[in-house]
Design a protein around this ligand. Structure first.
Ligand SMILES: Nc1ncnc2c1ncn2[C@@H]1O[C@H](COP(=O)(O)OP(=O)(O)O)[C@@H](O)[C@H]1O
Ligand SMILES: [Mg+2]
Length: 319
């Protein structure tokens, strides 16, 4: 569905040149749901605007839905839905009018757009809101309407730029569920952007991490966490420090031991923490040290981002 090579965009700002996107290579297969994750200013919107033919690349190329974005922008646009950052439809219109207008915009016959609007109202939980003005909707309802508007022409490829920004966690999860359901229902490929680590982690099948205009990692969240960050094992052990240190396998990772409640608290940073925990407990037991409690803290995508960039995306987002 998407094949981009060396995709680059610079902007002139006064005398300065801003390198918004610095030569990214990315492929998206048909049917995938891919999230571009990165902090503000990383180049997510610029990338999406190039892939949707709204902005021409300074260098590099992209084929989207089989067409070159520069040579055939009209063919590209006919095959995609694009929901930009902070859309929201016309304020004074009613929900159903917005959907019907969108259908007319795509040149659909009235019976077709009316049927599609009714289907999408149903599928995106907008039932009962058809006659409400867009203005009166909640943030979550409004974003679901945006998704419905993006789907009126049944595009094989849907782009959403920060669809969940500003929504509360419940509405964010709800919107993701709807996006996933729409993808199943219409067999769409979906590319979206987010700066929320937790939702990229829990919802996306594939995360493309972008920072300063470059792709710095591209894989499933679990793979990213396994490759770029350690889990942390915490064990409370009855025994002495020398025995504990001697018993744990040398390849396990960095071991920190501190006294706690008459015993020891042992922390180990290690890959595949859940897989390594039973072996660690057994090794301690054989050496005569009893484990009284144990837990695994899985690495997060923030740990991944921190290890890749030296910065915390969570703290940047909060700031
Ligand atoms: N039209 C523009 N003119 C000048 N600079 C721009 C323009 N659009 C984006 N930029 C700059 O390019 C960089 C990437 O922006 P953007 O793609 O919007 O990032 P993101 O969507 O990840 O927050 C930022 O430094 C931004 O200020
Ligand atoms: Mg943006």
């Amino acid at each position: 569905m998407i094949r981009a090579r060396g995709l680059t965009r610079t902007f002139k700002r006064g005398k300065d040149v801003v390198e918004a996107v610095k030569g990214i290579d990315v492929d998206v297969a048909e049917g995938e749901l891919v999230a571009f994750l990165g902090p503000n200013g990383a180049g997510k919107s610029t990338t999406l605007r190039m892939l949707t033919s709204l902005l021409s690349p300074t260098a590099g190329s992209a084929q989207v839905a089989g067409y070159d974005v520069v040579a055939h922008p009209a063919q590209v646009r006919a095959r995609l839905g694009f929901i930009g950052q902070g859309n929201g439809g016309g304020f004074s219109y009613k929900v159903r009018d917005e959907l019907h207008n969108q259908g007319r915009f795509y040149g659909l016959a009235p019976d077709v757009y009316k049927r599609r609007a009714a289907d999408l109202v149903d599928a995106l939980e907008l039932t009962g809101l058809e006659k409400r003005s867009v203005q009166s909707l909640s943030g979550g309802q409004r974003r679901r309407l945006d998704v419905a508007l993006g789907l009126m022409n049944h595009p094989p490829l849907l782009f959403l730029d920060e669809p969940t920004t500003g929504l509360d966690p419940h509405s964010r999860a709800n919107l993701w569920e709807h996006i996933a359901a729409m993808r199943e229902r219409y067999g769409m490929t979906v590319v979206l952007t987010t700066h929320y680590l937790d939702e990229a982690d829990s919802m996306a099948e594939r995360v493309v991490v972008i920072d300063h205009g470059e792709i710095i990692a591209d894989a499933a969240p679990d793979v990213l966490k396994r490759e770029y960050a350690d889990d942390v094992l915490t064990l409370d052990v009855a025994g002495d420090e020398a025995t504990v240190r001697g018993a744990l396998p040398p390849d396990l990772g960095e071991v920190a031991v501190t006294p706690r409640d008459g015993g020891l608290r042992v922390r180990v940073a290690t890959a595949r923490g859940a897989d390594r925990l039973p072996g660690a407990i057994e090794a301690l037991r054989l050496a005569g040290a009893t484990t009284t409690s144990a837990s695994v803290k899985q690495a997060s995508l923030d740990d991944v981002f921190l290890n890749l960039t030296g910065r915390s995306l969570r703290e940047e987002a909060a700031a």
